[in-house]
Design a protein around this ligand. Structure first.
Ligand code: DGT
Ligand code: CA
Ligand code: CA
Ligand code: ZN
Length: 580
């Protein structure tokens, strides 16, 4: 029996088509077939209607330009199962290690094919060894640089293991909860682990249930679509590995133990150890079944009960890292963490004027639908030619365009802004005269990542000294699981921002989540406001705010520490003060 309640989106279909194209290319297939899958992938990404709803409405997928009978049939299968025979056959044929090589940054199918076919490399270890011996740079189309990049990428992959972005795991969490809910509507279900703590990446998923019918839940769980491998199948614990590689654990616990189990499996491990130590000091014993005095359970049904019995106020999951939260909970001094509803607007977004996908008006409408009262349009500036960055003349035209749109909006304001590039010498790439007429200036580093720590720090500090500088965009440039932050002394940047009275961004794009939580906390302690922005390049990306909020909460931020919780008049006042 398969529980066929899971559904897949156009984006999932596009991912499958891309994977097929990659593997076909490695397999030396006919280039026309490769291109057909690539085109189909792009078609699916850009399709306005979800294939699933088209099918449900009885519409024929072949009405989509570029989709013939064969592809339409594949789309139907993928939407229903998440995969398709063509992909599975290729996955059988090509070693898993080769597929893994594809996921390394900087390695596309062409290079992977060469490495696989010319060097016979079939795992990351072999790849690293070949690179170490200088065999990679001898290959056509590769040089010493590629070789060095490969070694770095392998090292980074080994360091992060098989973690995936939390945001990437969200659809899986929802699907699994959905399957379980359908199997046993009366079960109580929650996700625990690093996912619940809103970590930027997760190693695996931990799901907890209370149910009178554990077998029914477990059977549905191991029979879900997308399960590649069942590692355990019991009545209290089951574990599966999904096709995408992610592991999911499901535990069923007694109602009286639910709170203790939720606390235990939420972690972090360091937090658990510290809380257990506290329990011991109080003559109690804490484990995943409950809090005990001798044989008697004194708490366990809810987390609140457990904390209360330990004379602690409730600790939000995001704070459970053994970073001072237990002392604060004892004193009743934990922060009231910022929440999505506190956010009044987004201060970093792009339109079609640079590299965004929607017009300013569309972006404003979508921001308003988020419940916001303002949105700053901060398109790229002229140095970033690849993103069609705006020069002074285009900025002035955009200011007029914004005035015209604002005149038609009565309870919403578009702020005029720019994401200006920080140049090599720390100057900004837009003239002060134009900057002075904008409402907000976000400044970012988009090139010369390789400067020394000293040089990079000073470059950014000089940019902050510009009188029109408001917010430092994505302050460290990291791309999760892909690119390390550039060398920069963030504590010095924070101190400088405190002195200068300007702000740092927490970029909410789930690939960035930049500024890191520990620096958010440092900035907050020094009175530097953090602006939680999505950097949206399309109307949908405003939804990324939730990821930024998760990271902000992990950084102990309250509403008052976040710039864009301010009302528009308050915001304007702050910006005015920044210009001194
Ligand atoms: P992950 O999966 O690597 O992103 O991180 P977590 O925190 O989800 O870790 P995971 O899945 O290994 O275990 C879930 C939670 O269970 C963890 O946060 C704390 C608890 N836990 C697991 N193993 C131990 C242990 O050996 N000792 C203690 N005190 N807690 C543990
Ligand atoms: Ca986990
Ligand atoms: Ca786990
Ligand atoms: Zn940027």
């Amino acid at each position: 029996m398969t529980a066929n309640i899971v559904s897949y989106s156009n984006k999932d279909v596009a991912t499958v088509f891309d994977a097929i194209a990659d593997l076909l290319e490695i397999d030396d297939a006919n280039p026309f077939r490769v291109r057909a899958y690539r085109n189909a992938s792009r078609t699916m990404e850009n399709l306005d209607d979800e294939a699933l709803s088209m099918i449900e409405q009885g519409r024929d997928l072949t009405e989509v330009p570029g989709i013939g009978k064969e592809l339409a049939a594949k789309i139907e299968t993928i939407v229903a199962t998440g995969t398709v025979k063509a992909l599975e056959e290729l996955q059988q044929k090509i070693p898993a290690g080769v597929v893994e090589m594809l996921r390394l940054p900087g390695l596309g199918p062409k290079k992977v094919k060469t490495l696989y076919q010319d060097l016979g490399v079939t795992s990351l270890e072999q790849l690293d060894a070949a690179a170490a011996e200088g065999k990679v740079q001898a290959l056509p189309g590769m040089g010493a640089r590629t070789e060095e990049q490969i070694r770095k990428a392998v090292a980074a992959r080994v360091a992060t293991g098989d973690r995936i972005l939390r945001a990437e795991a969200t659809p899986t969490v929802e699907r699994v909860l959905d399957v379980l809910k359908q199997a046993e509507p009366r079960a109580k279900l929650t996700v625990a682990g690093s996912y619940r703590r809103s970590r930027d990446t997760v190693g695996d998923l931990d799901i907890l249930a209370v149910s009178k019918k554990p077998e029914t839940l477990m059977d549905a769980f191991v029979a879900m679509d997308g399960v590649a491998d069942v590692q355990a199948h019991g009545s209290t614990k089951s574990s599966v590995r999904l096709n995408a590689g992610l592991q999911v654990d499901l535990r069923v616990v007694a109602r009286a133990s639910f709170g203790a189990a939720l606390h235990y499996f939420t972690g972090s491990q360091a937090h658990n150890v510290a809380v257990r130590r506290r329990a011991q000091k109080m003559g109690l014993k804490l484990n995943e079944y409950g809090l005990y005095r001798g044989e008697k359970q004194v708490a366990g049904a809810t987390e609140i009960d457990v904390f209360e019995a330990l004379e602690l106020t409730y600790v939000e999951p995001e704070l459970r890292e053994d970073a001072g939260e237990i002392d604060q909970a004892e004193e009743g001094g934990l922060p009231k963490l910022v929440a999505q509803k506190d956010i009044k607007g987004d201060l970093h977004a792009h339109s079609t004027a640079s590299d965004g996908r929607n017009s300013i008006r569309e972006m404003a409408t979508a921001a308003r639908e988020q419940g916001y009262t303002y949105l700053a349009m901060t398109d790229h500036s002229k140095r970033l030619t690849v993103a069609n960055g705006l020069d002074e003349g285009r900025i002035e035209a955009q200011m007029e365009e914004i005035d015209a749109i604002n005149a038609t909006l009565d309870d919403f304001t578009i702020l005029k802004g720019i994401e200006t590039d920080i140049m090599d010498d720390g100057s900004l790439d837009i003239s002060d005269d134009v900057l002075s007429r904008l409402d907000i200036v976000v400044a970012s580093v988009h090139h010369r990542f390789k400067l020394s720590r000293e040089e990079q720090t000073e470059r950014v500090m000089r940019a902050m000294d510009n009188p029109y500088f408001n917010v430092l965009g994505h302050p460290t440039g990291r791309i999760l699981l892909e690119r390390e932050p550039y060398e920069i002394d963030i504590p010095r940047i924070i101190a400088h921002a405190a002195e200068r009275g300007c702000c740092l961004e927490l970029n909410a794009n789930p690939l960035r989540l930049d500024l890191h939580e520990k620096y958010c906390r440092q900035a907050m302690e020094q009175g530097v406001l953090i602006s939680v922005n999505t950097d949206a390049h399309s109307t949908q990306q405003f939804d990324n705010m939730v990821h930024g909020i998760g990271q902000a909460r992990r950084g102990w931020l309250e509403k008052k520490h976040v710039l864009n919780t301010r009302s528009l008049p308050q915001l304007r006042k702050l910006f005015k003060a920044m210009r001194g």
